[in-house]
Design a protein around this ligand. Structure first.
Ligand SMILES: [Zn+2]
Length: 487
């Protein structure tokens, strides 16, 4: 009796790990020069504990997955999301849209998993409670964030939001002595220095720091931007705490600023070429700057879907794409078709002075092509592609959650990014950029068991990313079809 009790206590103290064997698989992982045929992996609880080839070890398994030659890759990482912003809806979400936004939020964690993204990073936290609820969902990707972003007072993106929520959405703004008169008196400069703002990100649990170099667009232009000295201080304070710095920059001048400031990752492609806007090839000064980006090992997120996601609103077929129904509740897609759902598309139309929808799409395609050209150059010269989608980039429904990542992967492949570079970008490079590479990015012993079982090899075709059969998150094996939005 005593012995039995003792054994029971011991068992309780050291419960047996949940053990899963995945065998007869082809392992494709970015650190391996070639795939491992007839491979296996052993998972214990949420970790990978063995990776090998041939006969798997004998053992007692809680479950066995027979791969029949299918391809196992590391789970994908989206290094640029805005989870609390429902795609296609205005922020803050108006009362009458709350039920729709709730339905969207309920499906959201499954939509990322459905699309293969087992780790996501939110770059601007303006509603911590939303992220807490996202992470409390029964199934959700591993979720990290950059805490409250360092926007310049009255600058981007603060100035794009309705005035009444400016300071609430960006409480961790950077003080600007040049505009003392236009910062409410309740804020004290010493609470908004590079040092205090970075400290606040760290205290909030952020693993990265996000800041901005953007003068605005559309009707909101000529915004104040930070000085080089400010951002250099932000970089110094962040690095002292082991935090990488990401900067929003999408123009030639903003990329120049980014390079001079010493940030780690540029969070957008360079699609605005400023004085070279009319050029159809990469001008020498841009090439020289891109060479510096490569030489300094600065990461970059091309985010081509930012522009294409705007163009999607003028594509009459976009809302009929059956892939949308896998990641969005039907009620949300139906709302996109209503006049209220089309309000942002109509508002943006006004910036194009009566141009036809086909013409608007052409213009966006041309802008995206500039971003693609810069990306192609960077990648072919050894640049460090970091995968991130910026989902959603604004109130457009053209960036559907999860699916936007698959579309970005497709678009990058079409832009000429070699498939191996693409896989690296969405796995190990993204993990390294956020200093998470001891946990994610490869199929290796000791890493978190976040994996995808695919019917095709992503080193042979980018379509492989949408051929997922099983999603493994923290050792839990999930049939992809169960993650789709309910119809
Ligand atoms: Zn963003």
């Amino acid at each position: 009796m005593l012995l039995a009790l003792l054994a029971a206590t011991l068992l309780q103290a050291h419960p047996l790990p949940h053990r899963v064997l995945i065998r007869d698989i082809t392992i494709v992982s970015p650190e391996r020069p070639s795939p491992v045929e007839h491979g296996y992996v052993v998972l214990e609880n949420d970790r990978i504990t063995a990776v090998g080839q041939g006969s798997p070890p004998a053992g007692l398994w809680d479950s066995v997955v027979v791969g029949r030659g299918r391809v196992l890759i590391p789970g994908l990482i989206d290094g640029h999301t805005h989870l609390a912003s429902p795609a296609g809806m205005p922020l803050p979400v108006p009362l009458d849209l709350r039920p729709l936004a709730d339905a969207y939020a309920e499906q959201l964690p499954r939509s990322y998993l459905f699309s293969g993204f087992t780790t996501v990073v939110d770059l601007i936290v303006f509603e911590r409670g939303f992220l807490d609820r996202f992470k409390a969902a029964p199934l959700h990707p591993d979720t990290y964030d950059c805490g409250p972003a360092l926007a310049l007072a009255n600058g981007y993106p603060m100035a794009m939001d309705p005035k009444e929520v400016h300071w609430d959405f960006f409480p961790n703004f950077l003080w600007d002595p040049r505009q003392k008169g236009s910062i409410p008196a309740r804020f004290r400069p010493e609470d908004h220095t590079p040092k205090t703002t970075v400290a606040r990100v760290a205290a909030d649990g952020g693993i990265c720091v996000k800041t901005f170099e953007e003068r605005g667009y559309g009707p909101v232009r000529n915004l104040p931007t930070p000085t080089l000295e400010m951002i250099r201080d932000v970089v110094r304070e962040s690095h002292a705490r082991g935090l990488p710095v990401l900067i929003h920059a999408n123009s030639l001048s903003a990329w120049r600023f980014a390079v001079q400031s010493g940030v780690d990752v540029i969070a957008h492609g360079m699609w605005n070429w400023d004085e070279f806007e009319r050029s159809n090839t990469l001008p020498a000064p841009i090439r020289a700057l891109l060479d510096t980006v490569v030489a300094r090992r600065i990461g970059f997120e091309p985010t081509l879907r930012v522009i294409e996601g705007l163009g999607a609103m003028y594509d009459p077929a976009f809302l009929d794409d059956p892939r949308l129904a896998r990641v969005l509740p039907r009620s949300v897609i139906a709302w996109y078709r209503t006049p209220a759902g089309q309000a942002f598309a109509n508002q943006l139309r006004q910036n194009f002075g009566g141009a036809s929808d086909a013409r608007i799409r052409e213009i966006f395609q041309r802008v995206a092509e500039h971003g693609a050209m810069a990306t192609r150059y960077l990648v072919s010269h050894g640049g460090r592609l970091v995968f991130g989608t910026d989902t959603p980039s604004g109130p457009t429904y053209g960036n559907p959650p999860g699916l936007n990542g698959l579309l970005e992967l497709e678009r990058l492949a079409a832009a000429g990014v070699p498939l191996r570079r693409l896989l690296e970008g969405a796995t190990i490079n993204a993990a390294r950029a956020f200093r998470l590479d001891s946990l994610y990015g490869t199929v290796e012993r000791g890493k978190v068991a976040n994996l995808l079982l695919l019917r095709a090899n992503p080193l042979e075709t980018a379509e492989a990313y949408d051929s997922i059969d099983l999603v493994v998150v923290r050792g839990k094996v999930i049939d992809r079809s169960t993650l789709a939005a309910r119809r």
